[in-house]
Write a protein that binds this ligand. Structure first.
Ligand SMILES: *[C@@H]1O[C@H](CO)[C@@H](O)[C@H](O)[C@H]1NC(C)=O
Length: 232
């Protein structure tokens, strides 16, 4: 009876393939089933024919046999301890890498004779595709450079520079507008300490609004509504 079962199974050496996908860094279980419990000396070899050595994982009745295992899979493969008793020959592959994308073959043997062979095609995908990474890098660069530009903005803005000796009678600070100002435009000169140096509003100077340090020391050109020059 047992030989008949073996014969029928041998006649039926399965050759099917399936495709699965996962993401890098994940662990993934490559499926494989075969009623190994019906055989006296079963073993299973997971392999990749495109690698040398091709062995990814090997399980015998005594346990795992990993001396021929390809270095790439060192410490990253495992099968259920009772797999040869239950027939669940699935391979748990951990810490998936992009280079793990390949076709894996699950080969079931009895006394070295192959009983079954099935392929699983694994596709490992990038967690973040490269365009998303590029976009992220671009965004970070934009934010950082924007922040730097804002922080050091005074170095990038060209400020007119007027140099005079102390005690000189007067200096003219020039400020010109390129647009035509309305009649009720307000002109305000301030110093670095935010003190009002000169205020012009509603068509006339507003000395009461300026800081006392500048009282009677400023004069704005009369044709104020086109160029606005200030004399201190
Ligand atoms: C696969 O192995 C890893 C590491 O040993 C374990 O954390 C994970 O639970 C296993 N996956 C399955 C489905 O058994």
């Amino acid at each position: 009876m047992k030989t008949l079962v073996v014969f029928l199974l041998l006649m039926n050496v399965s050759q099917h393939a399936s495709a699965v996908e996962s993401y890098e860094g994940n662990s993934f279980v490559l499926p494989c089933q075969f009623p190994t419990e019906r055989f006296p000396a079963p073993s299973v070899v997971w392999s990749r024919s495109d690698l040398s050595p091709p062995t990814v994982h090997q399980r015998q009745l005594q346990g795992d046999e990993l001396k021929d295992q390809n270095q790439r899979y060192s410490g990253r493969t495992s099968m259920k301890t009772d797999s040869l008793e239950t027939g669940d020959l699935s391979l748990n592959l951990t810490n998936l890498q992009l280079s793990d994308s390949a076709t894996y073959t699950c080969s079931v043997r009895n006394f070295g004779d192959e009983l079954s062979r099935s392929d699983v095609q694994l596709q490992v995908k990038e967690r973040f595709p490269s365009w998303a990474k590029a976009l992220l890098v671009l965004l970070v660069l934009l934010v950082v450079s924007g922040g730097l530009l804002f922080h050091f903005r005074q170095y990038f803005m060209s400020v007119p520079w007027v140099e005079v000796d102390s005690g000189v009678e007067s200096v003219q600070l020039i400020c010109k507008t390129t647009v035509c100002l309305p009649k009720d435009a307000k002109v305000e000169w301030k110093d670095a300490n935010n003190r009002k140096v000169h205020v012009y509003e509603n068509g006339s100077d507003q000395p009461e609004k300026q800081h006392e340090d500048y009282r009677d020391r400023t004069k704005m050109k009369r044709k104020v509504l086109e160029p606005g020059d200030l004399k201190v």
